[in-house]
Write a protein that binds this ligand. Structure first.
Ligand code: G4P
Ligand code: NA
Ligand code: NA
Length: 190
């Protein structure tokens, strides 16, 4: 998505070889009009998949996910990050470990908001090592539902997440694919 690439070049900051700061339009302040166009782009790409729900992971995936859900005319569900296991039968939970942040959480989904017939579009802001996305996939599959697509706003293609999802056969659509970061340098795939 050319507009997103231009926004990243103009307003994003590569603080080192692995981390891209985009606090000005995605992670802290949000550009709602860009999010709307991002949502439309995802919805257009996945429109013929019979998507029944859009899922995302709190918190920065929510803005692009809700915009895609409006366009697809389906509900949006936020997978929650809990500190510990909830010991009742009303939720699905799976542990996710972030290499970037060095933390873990229990990704949590109420059984009320998923059904085995659901075809889910999973949207997130960043794809790095793929741990959050794979956690989301585990919850969806545990419920017997189908992951019908994965939409990523910014993929760091030099980290292993994309390959892990490709190897499992998922259809991943990333709107910006970054091939290299260095202090002051941001390069895109191809
Ligand atoms: P992974 O799920 O792909 O394995 O990613 P990882 O654990 O490395 O990422 C942990 C958190 O860091 C996620 O946010 C992810 O969006 C964010 N992240 C990873 N790489 C970058 C980057 O280069 N730039 C920015 N800005 N964020 C990055 P989170 O903890 O889930 O927080 P939230 O922002 O969604 O609330
Ligand atoms: Na995120
Ligand atoms: Na984030």
């Amino acid at each position: 998505m050319k507009e997103l690439q231009e926004k990243i070049l103009k307003e994003g900051t590569a603080i080192n070889e692995t981390v891209l700061k985009v606090d000005g339009f995605l992670n802290h302040q949000v550009d709602p009009f860009l999010m709307q166009r991002i949502g439309e782009e995802f919805a257009d790409y996945f429109k013929n998949r019979g998507i029944t729900k859009v899922f995302t992971i709190e918190s920065s995936g929510i803005a692009p996910a809700v915009m895609a859900a409006i366009k697809l005319d389906v509900p949006m569900v936020i997978l929650k990050k809990q500190q510990s296991k909830i010991l009742n039968g009303e939720v699905y939970q799976t542990k996710v470990t972030s290499f970037t942040k060095g933390t873990s959480y229990e990704l949590t989904l109420s059984k009320k908001y998923i059904d085995k017939d659901d075809k889910i579009l999973l949207i997130d802001d960043f794809l790095a090592n793929g741990e959050a996305a794979q956690g989301g996939i585990r919850l969806i599959e545990e419920a017997g539902a189908t992951v019908s697509g994965i939409g990523i706003v910014i993929e760091k293609s030099f980290q292993p997440g994309r390959k892990k999802l490709d190897d499992r056969g998922f259809d991943v659509y990333s709107l910006a694919r970054i091939s290299r970061l260095a202090k002051g340098v941001i390069e895109f795939v191809e």
